[in-house]
Every structure is written in structure tokens, then in C-alpha cells.
Design a protein. Structure first.
Length: 154
């Protein structure tokens, strides 16, 4: 069995981050592991090449978005990951599942702790809304702890 020394915790700015962080923290404390936080912002493609002004605004916004995300991640780590060493807090752009897996592969991550909301979806939403957690589970070469936060299904 592989020793767990680094845990990756994707951060999505949801109340469900707290649930996943609780489990990641317990694992980290038991194993003496470190936690890396990652937030993935979606890439925005512009259809028309002449929209230079919009692209410049988007670049500026992305910089601001990264700054805000890093600040929020720091506050989150202080509040919900006490007594655990948070090694890195990164904000990247791209496809969430791909970026999570790329980060895990490049940074010697031993386990991913991720919240999943799929069980809270019903009807057409459950058929058409993709799950980042599901894609990570299917493609990860390391253990993935999936945390199902409480949801209200009527």
C-alpha cells in the first residue's frame, strides 16, 4: 500500500468544500501528510479574433480572480485545515478534471479528496451536467476519496 504523504484538495468555492476538507484533514493528521489546495478556473475562448479589447479585459479579470481565489483559499485553510501543513495553494485555468490530474501527477500527490454533487442532481440535469469528480475517479492513478455532501432531494 502506498504511503499517503500529500493530499490534493480541489477547492470550488462551495459550502461543500468544508465537508471534503474535514476528511482530507483527518487523513492528513493520521498519516502526517500535507495538503495541497487547487482551484481551477475555466478557460474562456473568444469566437472572434478581433475582440482584442475583450481579451485584455478578460486577462485583467483573470488576474484579479486568481488574487481573490488565493486569498479565499488562505482564509479557508486557516479556518478548516488547522494543525495541518498546507504545502501549496494554486489557481490554474483549464479543464477542471484535467488540471487536477495534471497537478497530482506533477507534484507527487498520493491521494485526492474531492466533493461530488452528482447524487444531488435529478432528471435531465443528472444526464447532462458532467461531474469533475467522476472524471477524476475514472482517470486517476492514485486513490480518490469522494465526499458526498448532504443534499436535499425532495
Amino acid at each position: 500500500m502506498r504511503e499517503i504523504k500529500r493530499i490534493l484538495l480541489p477547492f470550488v468555492f462551495s459550502e461543500h468544500d468544508v465537508e471534503a476538507a474535514g476528511y482530507a484533514r483527518q487523513f492528513a493528521m493520521c498519516a502526517g501528510a500535507e495538503i495541497d489546495l487547487i482551484h481551477v478556473t475555466p478557460e474562456v475562448d473568444f469566437i472572434y479574433g478581433h475582440e482584442m479589447a475583450l481579451q485584455a479585459v478578460h486577462r485583467e479579470f483573470r488576474g484579479y480572480q486568481k488574487e481573490v481565489a488565493e486569498k479565499m483559499m488562505g482564509e479557508f485553510a486557516e479556518k478548516y485545515l488547522p494543525n495541518v501543513h498546507v504545502r501549496n495553494m494554486v489557481v490554474v485555468s483549464g479543464n477542471a478534471a484535467n488540471e487536477i490530474l495534471n497537478y497530482a501527477n506533477k507534484n507527487e500527490i498520493d491521494m485526492i479528496a474531492i466533493a461530488s454533487f452528482v447524487h444531488c442532481r435529478e432528471g435531465l440535469e443528472s444526464m447532462f451536467v458532467g461531474s469533475v469528480a467522476e472524471r477524476v475517479i475514472k482517470r486517476a492513478a492514485i486513490p480518490v476519496l469522494v465526499v458526498h455532501p448532504p443534499c436535499s432531494i425532495v
